[in-house]
Design a protein around this ligand. Structure first.
Ligand SMILES: Cc1cc2nc3c(=O)[nH]c(=O)nc-3n(C[C@H](O)[C@H](O)[C@H](O)COP(=O)(O)OP(=O)(O)OC[C@H]3O[C@@H](n4cnc5c(N)ncnc54)[C@H](O)[C@@H]3O)c2cc1C
Length: 359
């Protein structure tokens, strides 16, 4: 019978990236995925690599910035390892903050854009008199990234079991010895729960996440009517891809595990986008969808040991899982392999809500 050194539960961007990182360190890794790899939150995401201090929880800022810095190297490594492309774009973001007065803060000196500068950067934006700020943030195509991360993991030798749901850790309080799935059991001395919004459903798993629904739609633009930069406003954000797709997102809804799309909500997002960039009226809507972010009670991820020897949790990345994938993989791999971590993960301890916490 084949044995593994580690089992990763869930093949979203977090599980896939971590599995590759562990395999590179010499572990033999199995990923168990109840559906197809990369078809949940990581498929639904916008792909903004947003580490702006205005929007990032303070406790997460250091990790967010570290991960944003890792991205060019990370994207290149995933592309090389998979033979696929991930559409990392570095054109930057034009942010219209909810409260324009924040732009008077010294950290924004030199980056504030008056409306003429906004138009010079993005002629298709109807900026009005709103002040904006330019952020040197990147974006990536999460579907392409996740597909490439899955291929990279496969080529690195990670084993996959698809279509099997992990129902629980092995029973007992001692060191973890494996997982039970809908198809049987798998043994390993290390188990990592990367099951996203469903992480709390694994028996004995102690990973209190909850789903936060996001609806999005996608237009097909041309070079004449599209955008080059990510644009974020309080009403909507717009994310261009190099192939002409332009994503409009996204809602933040407490709707349980419901992934239904609501036409009225999508129309509202669409209208907000047309107000921002009127030439988008020329562009057909080619797709709409909804996904479930893995939320936590305090908005911070769950990263660290999970209360039993050999059991770890890496989930709850809420709105930033695409951004945080590289730093999560590196820090969790170091922790699991007993190496020094360059960042203190204390604020993200999965045990911070108490044993058996539920959301
Ligand atoms: C609309 C929307 C927009 C977003 N935009 C951005 C953005 O612009 N930038 C950004 O950084 N982040 C964004 N996010 C957040 C980001 O998508 C998530 O934080 C990230 O994808 C989480 O990755 P994950 O691997 O933890 O979860 P997921 O991708 O959800 O993967 C979890 C996997 O675990 C599997 N699984 C669950 N339970 C089990 C089980 N019991 N057994 C086996 N497998 C199981 C699931 O099938 C799934 O494949 C967005 C999310 C949404 C929904």
């Amino acid at each position: 019978m084949k044995t593994w050194d580690g089992i990763v539960v869930g093949a979203g961007i977090i599980g896939l990236t971590l599995a590759s990182e562990l395999q590179r360190r010499g572990m033999r890794v199995l990923i168990v995925e109840r559906g197809e790899p990369g078809r949940e939150a990581s498929w639904a995401a916008g792909g903004m690599l947003a580490d702006c201090a205005l929007e990032t929880p303070q406790a997460l800022q250091t990790l967010a910035t570290a991960s944003a810095r890792m991205y060019p190297g990370f994207a290149r490594a995933v592309e090389e390892a998979s033979g696929m492309t991930v559409d990392l774009r570095q054109q930057g973001t034009i942010l219209f903050p909810e409260d324009g007065t924040v732009l008077q803060q010294p950290e924004f000196a030199g980056r504030v854009l008056h409306s003429s500068a906004v138009i010079a950067l993005e002629p298709n934006l109807a900026a009005g008199n709103r002040k904006a700020v330019y952020l040197a943030e990147g974006s990536v195509d999460p579907r392409a990234l996740t597909a490439a991360a899955a291929e990279a993991a496969r080529r690195a030798g990670v084993d996959f079991r698809r279509g099997e749901t992990v129902t629980g850790l092995d029973p007992g309080d001692g060191a973890v010895t494996g997982v039970t799935t809908t198809a049987g059991t798998y043994a390993a001395p290390v188990v990592v729960n990367c099951a996203g919004a469903w992480a709390g459903q694994i028996r004995g798993g102690q990973a209190p996440t909850h789903p936060v629904k996001g609806q999005m739609l996608c237009l097909l633009t041309t070079p004449a009517n599209g955008l080059a930069h990510v644009v974020r406003t309080p009403e909507a954000y717009l994310i261009p891809r190099s192939n002409g797709r332009l994503l409009i997102g996204a809602t933040l809804e407490d709707a349980g595990f419901d992934k239904q799309m609501v036409p009225k909500t999508l129309e509202r997002l669409h209208r907000a986008a047309l107000t921002l960039a009127p030439r988008l009226q020329e562009c057909p809507v080619v797709e709409s969808w909804a996904g479930l972010r893995p939320g936590t009670r305090d908005g911070l991820p769950l990263l660290g040991a999970g209360g039993r020897k050999g059991y770890y949790i890496a989930t709850g990345h809420y709105r930033d899982g695409i951004l945080l994938a590289p730093v999560t993989a590196r820090l969790m791999a170091r922790l699991i392999c007993g190496e020094d971590c360059e960042h203190d993960l204390g604020a993200f301890s999965p045990m911070r809500f108490g044993e058996g916490a539920k959301l």
